[in-house]
Each structure stands twice: as structure tokens, then as C-alpha cells.
Design a protein around this ligand. Sequence first.
Ligand SMILES: Cc1cc2nc3c(=O)[nH]c(=O)nc-3n(C[C@H](O)[C@H](O)[C@H](O)COP(=O)(O)OP(=O)(O)OC[C@H]3O[C@@H](n4cnc5c(N)ncnc54)[C@H](O)[C@@H]3O)c2cc1C
Ligand code: FES
Ligand code: FES
Length: 501
Amino acid sequence: MTSDHYAVRFVLDGQIHHAAGERRTTTVLDYLREKLQRTGTKEGCAEGDCGACVVLVGQADASGHRIDWKPVNSCMQMLPTLDGKALKTVESLKRADGTLHPAQEAMVQCHGTQCGFCTPGFVMSMAALAERNSAPTRAQVNDALSGNLCRCTGYRPIVDAALQACAAPAEARSLQDARELALLKEIARPAKPSYNLDGDLIVQPVVRTRKGNEFVSPSSLAEVAAYLAEHPDAYLLAGSTEFGLAVNKRYERPASIVYLGGVAELQRIDETAADWRIGAAVALDRVEALVAKDLPDFAEVLRRFGSPPIRATATLGGNIANGSPIGDSMPCLIALGAKLVLHRRNAKGKDETRRVALESFYTGLKSNVLQPGEFIEAIELPRPGARQFRAHKISKRFEQDISATCAAMSWKLDGGKLRDVRLAYNGLSPFPARAPKIEAVLEGQAPADVSAEALDAAVSASFTHRDGLRATWAYRALVARNLVLRFVQPALQPERQTLEA
Ligand SMILES: Cc1cc2nc3c(=O)[nH]c(=O)nc-3n(C[C@H](O)[C@H](O)[C@H](O)COP(=O)(O)OP(=O)(O)OC[C@H]3O[C@@H](n4cnc5c(N)ncnc54)[C@H](O)[C@@H]3O)c2cc1C
Ligand code: FES
Ligand code: FES
């Protein structure tokens, strides 16, 4: 059921494109292939894993003078989320005079393509890298391409092509276009809320079906709260990396969808000497950059979260609200003592917030303390200060894989003894959680005196012994113990792997 009364407006190849009469859950990929016949963008998996569908989505950056282009899995994104943004597909890259983009040229010269199915996705990821980095290391290229799979080439020629593309002249690599920037400003969604004659907030739908089902894109917290007060069952959509699966694999079609990507307050990061306040809709690539200096282990856990196109869209609030037992940000946040700011409009029509420690947020498998109409506004993350912090994710593949378990621990050293220990895991219980019995074994101990046997007993007493798809209980228990030993005993710590290595 669609409606012709609403149109999604986005900038495509120097023009404003109007997409009218589309469903709320038409994916960007399907729209490109089926409506625009832009069949360069491919569907491999429809679940964010293969990268054949990567396109670039752009928004004006904070300065307002540049377009910030990010690689995005178009199979996971709903078309209405493009409203007010800019899009580039592989067809956009060739210049008017017929010259290829350096990424395309390099793929030809380095023999980076065989059957060609993966090639457009690789080219788009390379184009995004080449615009911001003229001399990446091989490790940085590997990271930038970790969300693109190729079953033919063996990758070496593709990595060579990326290195060559990045070395091209800046002008050839640039994706900036003053015309497109001006058009983006023209279609920007209004930042100020609208009211009806009774003074009630109106949240204008981007798409509204004849049945009355809606996709709305509010611009303020007040609008989100007002809409949820009226539609408590509405689906909150942030980075869409979970929702894309729900649409593509489980064919879910919620009646009302509230997109959080246009709410400026949810995109903010505020810093004080004591903590960071991270808006719930801040994407993980921004969180990674934020914590890189003070919490390198947390940044590394985030760098190994999905792939660059996933991290460019997936949000911190979405990871927490999704509440997966193997959610990766949560052990780090719990170990650091993060609090959530929860927001809702009360029965008297007033907006109110409350703070809940993340360790008390979950009540069971994929359930939490959120009330009807309540949502996560922000995450308050204490800076480590004098606390030490370590974290590590164990997965079958190093890149682009789901955790068998991820452990994170913070502590103070007082007179050579471990104090105020906070230890959290994912993958061992129905939701990411603290491990108080293991913390008790560590509390007051000198790091060198921590015994593997005492840890084993505490691990065994803390969790249900269950084999899972990703690992057996015996493996997880061993890893849970060994990670703690590595964290506290410097002699056992491996050298940190960095992108610069
Ligand atoms: C290919 C791939 C790789 C992945 N890799 C990892 C990984 O390595 N580690 C990992 O932990 N996860 C991984 N995920 C899972 C997923 O990316 C994360 O859970 C992600 O952080 C979800 O965030 P989102 O913004 O995309 O959420 P969405 O899909 O937009 O929403 C997810 C859920 O959160 C709710 N929600 C969103 N924002 C709010 C809010 N502010 N308040 C209340 N509810 C809200 C939504 O209603 C929905 O129920 C992966 C997913 C894919 C597809
Ligand atoms: S089709 Fe595989 S990531 Fe989108
Ligand atoms: S060239 Fe065939 S999948 Fe990459």
C-alpha cells in the first residue's frame, strides 16, 4: 500500500530526485535496481555482509562547506532515510568527459576484477577511502575493504588497486561538488518543529500510506516524544542495521516507523572533564574516533564491529536497545560505568528523563526497562581518569564477525592491589552483564597473585554452561578466564595490533 502524496527527496548526480509513491520499507538497493535501473549496485546477501550493494550517502558536514560521504550498505537502508541527503552509486563516478574515477581506473590496471559481481561495491568503498586518505597503509586499506567480499580474485590485486587509487591527484579523488552542496541545503529538512492551531506538535510524515501507516522523520527530541506518546508501538529506526534484517529476512512491516537520523540532539557529543555524553543516534565510527585516545581497547572493539559501512550507520543507542547477548559495545560501556538517559512524554504531556545504569537496563533476553513511549536519548560515559581499562573481542574471524565473547574490565590500582573492579562480558548470558563473582576474586588482589583456578571456579559459578553456535561452553569458559589474566598481568598481554602496524 503506497501513497503518491509524499515524496522522498535526495540529491543524485547533481539533481534533486523525487521518489514518490514508494513503500516505507522499500530498500535503497531495490529502488536503485528496480526503479532507476541502476543495476551496477548488486544484491549479494541482503544482510550487510558482502558489500556488493555499497553506495555512498552524503550529508553536509559540521562546517557546512563539504559533503561528508560515507559508504553504506544499500540493502539495509530504507529509501525514506535518504530524504534530505545525497547519494552516489557506481554509475555516478564516471566523469562527464568519460574519464573513470581513480578507483575504477586502478581496478582495471591492477586486474582487480574477474566475474565483476563484487566490483562496484569495492569501487565505492575505495572511492570513500581515497577521498579522505591519500596514503593509507595496507592495514588501513584492509580495514576500509573489510565489508566487501570477493570470491574470485584473492584480494591482493584489489588491495593494490586501492593503494593506487588513493595515490591519484586530489582533484581526481574528490567527491565534492558545490552544486550538490547547494542542493542539499535546498532540500534540508526543517530544523524547527511545526505546531497546529491548538499548539500541538505536528510530525510531518515522509511517507504515509492510504491505510495511514507512516514513516516519520522528526527533527527534535520533543517531536519524537510527542509522536511516541501517540504511537507507543511505533518502531524506532536509527542506523537500520538490525531493521534491515527484519525487513529483508523476516518480512516485518511495522505500522509506524520513527526515524531518529534527523534529530540533531541525538547526534550530539558533549564532552566534560569527567565524562562524554553521546547522543543515542551517534554512529559507531564517531564513537570509535571519540574514544581512540583514552580508551584504545574500546576503539579496537568498535573497529572490529561489522565493517566500515555498518559502523558508518549503526548507532550506539541502537546497539544497546537491540540488546543482543553478543552486543559488542555493552561490555565496554558496563565496565566503564555508563549510564543511559531515557526520555519520554508523561501522561500530563510533559517531557521527562531518568538515568539508568546500563548494567541495570536489561531484564532478560532482548528485554529491558524501557516503558511504552520511552527511548534512549543519550549515553553518559565516564572518562577513565585513574582507572585502567582493557577489552578484547574473541571471534572466529578477526574482521567482520560476531563475538564468541567480548570481555571488558576496568579497575584502579591502590597500593599495588586491584580495587573497584568492574568486569563485563557478552556471549555468556542472555544479555551483556557484569560478573560480580569474578570481580570478587580479583578485588584486593595483587595482579601477579590472581589465580587461574580461582577464576575458573568463579567463571563456572557465574554462567549457565551452554554450548552455542559460535563456541562451546568449555571454549568460552577458558577464554573468559584467560582474558582476565591477560588484562591484569602485563607479561601475558599481547602487543596491541593497530592499523598503523
Ligand atoms: C553485517 C552486520 C554486522 C554486525 N556486526 C556486529 C558486531 O560486530 N557487533 C555487534 O554488537 N553488533 C553487530 N551487528 C548488529 C547491529 O549492527 C548492531 O546491533 C547495531 O548497533 C544496531 O544499531 P542501529 O542503529 O543500526 O539499530 P536499528 O537497526 O536502527 O535498531 C535496532 C533496535 O534498536 C532500537 N532503537 C534504536 N535506537 C533507539 C533509541 N534511541 N531508543 C530506543 N530504541 C532504539 C530499534 O527500535 C530496534 O529495536 C551487526 C549487524 C550486521 C547487519
Ligand atoms: S547485499 Fe550483501 S551487504 Fe548488501
Ligand atoms: S570478481 Fe568475482 S566476486 Fe569478486
